[in-house]
Design a protein around this ligand. Sequence first.
Ligand code: SAM
Length: 197
Amino acid sequence: MYMGHKHHGKSSAKFLDSNEILSELSFKGNETFMDAGCGDGYISIKAIEEFLPEGVVYAVDIHDESMEGLKEYKNENNVENLINVVADITEGIPEVEDSSVDVILMVNVFHGFKSSQNEDVVVEELKRLIRDDGKIAIVDFNPIEIPHGPPVDIKISPERLEELFAKHNLKRIYLNEELGADYPNGKSHYMIMFINE
Ligand SMILES: C[S@@+](CC[C@H](N)C(=O)[O-])C[C@H]1O[C@@H](n2cnc3c(N)ncnc32)[C@H](O)[C@@H]1O
């Protein structure tokens, strides 16, 4: 199994199971998928190898160096349908056309936009990218005290995301608050999913 190159120590590979996350997305196998804020890309690679044999995967990150391992993987394995994009989501992803993505996934990224006050521009950009019947899935830390991840006040609750996305006419279709690692006070992560109203 490809383990990826770790940069910035930010990959969630050690505590989140890519299979568990991708299984939630009900892929048919030919979708266009975006791993937004992909880090070392362990989820993008799993998606290409096991979920989207006929699909396209955009692996997007602001840090070019996070994606070194992903680029190496792409070249070594000749995977044409994996597309690396270096972009700042708060500035937009001009490489990717309007209404062209079936599923966008963001894992452990969105809480960072809360502190930078860029939440609304990010939601608008995600909305621009998805097809009319596309979906946006956010996986982030449940707002409880656990030994890893950001402090509780930086974490963002699913309720808060629901309010935020509703302002952009995106409605919640799914919430699973039981993802990731087990702690006495709950699971480490949730997934919430949105579609156009
Ligand atoms: C905690 S890491 C999670 C990486 C990956 N999703 C995972 O779960 O392993 C957050 C990632 O989001 C990326 N990121 C943060 N802000 C971003 C932005 N404005 N545009 C694109 N990527 C961003 C960071 O470079 C980092 O790779």
